[in-house]
Design a protein around this ligand. Sequence first.
Ligand code: PHE
Length: 336
Amino acid sequence: MTLAELENAKAESLKEIAAANDAAAVEALRVKYVGRNGSIPALIKAMKDVPKEERPAFGKAVQAWRAEVEAALAAKGAGSVGEKSVDADLTLPGRWWGLGVKHPLSRVIEETAAIFGRLGFTVADGPELETKFNNFTALNTPAHHPSMDRSDTFWFGEDCLLRTQTSPVQIRTMMANKPPIRVICPGRTYRRDTTDATHSANFHQIEGLYVDTKPVSLADLKSVLAYFAKEMMGDGVTVRFRPHFFPFTEPSVEVDFTCHVCKGKGCNVCKQSGWIEVAGAGMVDPRVFGHVGYDAEKVSGYAFGFGVERIAMIKYGIPDIRWLYENDVRFLSQLA
Ligand code: PHE
């Protein structure tokens, strides 16, 4: 190609680009002239055949052609990333899909871990599929306790079940560690309950366990739960204990929080009582220590367990447990 021919070809190419009136035509011309096998790269490759004395002038002309073609293509909106074209108007504002938010149950679990973390508790974990020993026997549950019934618990054969509580993590943690132990164990639990506004066949609990070789008292338990109540539900919320029975604690208590809405005065939320039941707790029964190989004469401790859904429902004023599982964005996004 002579210089004159090159100038003609250049004029022709610029005319073609100017006439291109849609993205496909612009792209085709980009490929034709500056694509990997386009005519301009081909000319550059063929430079070696140009007589030596003409080469500088010819080279310059080719580069100028390339620059003009690229500018003309760019003005037409051709893509400049490799061989691909970006067939989009990059000047349009982006679409905002919103940020995700944490699920109320995740929030309660994370906040609880943070609150107890400040008291030296770490998070322990255990499987949802448990043995009868860990879920019942080691927790001192008598052989014919109603909670073991097939109508209350999801069994898989004689010895395997979906844990009905997070208390088996107490057993696992004690078997694997020596005191002092300070853990909380959040996790999913299962019971054969019929779903309604306050029941779900699967739900979450958070277990707490403190065991030490120095004496641990019910007063220690109460002060830790009072701190948790205030941190989780706000100032003015504290705890009271009511006597109760659990096979694995002695003495056992049920734990109420002051109603966070009326601060104990009595309102619809607490059915005028000023209190809301949130947890079960007590001093670890010596028989449980026996099952995990601890000397009950030398160690003492407390345990507690509460429902995550229950805390979430009272904290955020959620009237129906099912809302926590429907994943309706209108509900979930309110916590943003
Ligand atoms: N596991 C008991 C329940 O599900 C709660 C509990 C935990 C009670 C720890 C005492 C100690 O009802």
